[in-house]
Ligand binder design. Structure first.
Ligand code: CUA
Length: 416
């Protein structure tokens, strides 16, 4: 059959086979190791591992069934094929009405293969649904709330600590969920608008976030690491770029992070050495649509990049930071965002109190560096179509010139 194709079509097929491998390699996916940021084949959590085992059982059972059926089919096709002209025109042989022994045997074999798949499946559903009873005491609780198109992460146990002492601010993060490694994490899944879905492929399967429904998911990271997450339910224009990250830390580092996030926004003294020369505010270069916002350097060791982000930026320009802080109010950013301890009480957009300590912005789409941050605040609609910030810019006629962009970026980057 294949040989009867004209040569062009044959080459076409070969080309598409090669192209699909090339395309797969384009999306950070290592074909031979079956690994990538969002691979479900190479996992880093106990829940995902159990789910992967179910996948393998199903795969092997299907493969055995496929090989047996294909072998019998091939045997029948070769053995009973037409061998000459006379065979081709012969009457069909007498039709049988089945063999009870074979039929019962096939029913038995089908039931057996379904049971082989059902037992581990039910076991996995049972044990990955919620934190096991014996580990409930050690479980850590987080609340994830989806918005079009970003995630808010709250830490209810840390908020309780605030109420007791009154000294700390609540811990509220956005788009980066920091968790203690090794511990079972119970994540409450909420949404304020449409249905979204919470998915960190290397840690656990997806669970939907449904309006007026208290869903939850149980995950556990084996060891400290940096994981890619994605909204997995179509939720509007920018669904495909509604991403997030999970950062798992050891006990000590996690405690330090909570301590840091419990602080009010960092103040940078504007009285420090003022710049003597006026900085040159160059225009930001043009970005192609869908241009990647994450650098290769970051990809090498994202967890290390995360750690670097916890520290103040080098060469902070205090005058610019003070200007940026003013602009944050003047440009009405405060209506939607809040920076606890500074200005703003908005809750409809990500809390920016510690935005400088995150590795990404725009819901995991862009790396949090001055260039990408400026790209985002200058023209958010070009990065994430349909988002509320872009609409607010239009409705309120907000625009930022080069100097204002640079000042706002300096301020946001100072918020560690
Ligand atoms: Cu949120 Cu798709």
């Amino acid at each position: 059959m294949f040989n009867s194709l004209p040569p062009l079509a044959r080459w076409g097929r070969a080309f598409f086979a090669l192209a699909s491998i090339t395309l797969l390699s384009g999306c950070d996916f290592n074909f031979w190791r079956m690994d990538g940021h969002q691979s479900t084949m190479v996992v880093d959590g106990s829940v995902a591992r159990q789910q992967l085992e179910v996948f393998y059982v199903t795969c092997w059972v299907s493969l055995v069934v496929f090989v047996i059926v294909a072998a019998v089919l091939a045997y029948a096709m070769i053995k009973f094929r037409a061998r000459n002209e006379a065979d081709e025109h012969a009457e069909p042989p007498p039709q049988g009405h089945g063999n009870p022994l074979i039929e019962l045997g096939l029913i038995g074999a089908s039931v057996l293969s379904l049971v082989i798949i059902a037992v581990p499946t039910l076991k996995a559903i049972w044990s990955t649904y919620d934190v096991p009873e014996a580990e409930k005491k050690d479980a850590y609780e987080v609340t994830a709330t989806a918005y079009q198109w970003w995630f808010r992460f709250e830490y209810p146990s840390e908020i309780a600590a605030v109420n007791a002492s009154g000294a700390k601010a609540p811990v509220i993060a956005a788009n980066e969920l920091v968790i203690p490694a090794g511990r079972p994490i119970r994540i409450n899944l909420r949404t304020v608008d449409v249905i979204h879905s919470f998915w960190v492929p290397k840690l656990a399967g997806k669970v939907d976030m449904i309006p007026n429904r208290a869903n939850f998911i149980f995950v556990r990271a084996d060891k400290p690491g940096y994981f890619w997450g994605q909204c997995a339910e179509f939720c509007g224009d920018s669904h495909a770029v509604m991403r997030f990250r999970v950062v798992a830390l050891d006990k000590k580092e996690f405690a330090e992070w909570v301590e840091q996030q419990g602080q009010l926004a960092r103040n940078v003294a504007a009285t420090a050495v003022a710049t003597t020369t006026t900085p040159q505010f160059t225009a930001l270069r043009k970005f192609a649509q869908n241009e990647a916002g994450i650098t290769d350097k970051f990809e090498v060791n994202p967890l290390e990049s995360w750690r670097t982000k916890q520290l103040p930026e080098k060469d902070e320009n205090t005058a610019l930071i003070a200007k940026g802080r003013q602009l944050f109010s003047a440009k009405t950013c405060i209506a939607c965002h809040s920076i606890r301890g500074h200005d703003g009480a908005g809750v409809s957009a990500p809390d920016l109190t510690h935005v400088g300590s995150r590795t990404t912005i725009a819901a995991g789409l862009l790396e949090n560096n001055s260039q990408q941050l400026r790209r985002w605040i200058r023209d958010p609609g070009s990065v994430k179509p349909g988002n509320k910030m872009a609409k607010a810019y239009l409705e309120n006629k907000i625009s930022l010139n080069d100097e204002e962009q640079v000042a706002l970026v300096a301020y946001l980057e100072s918020l560690k």
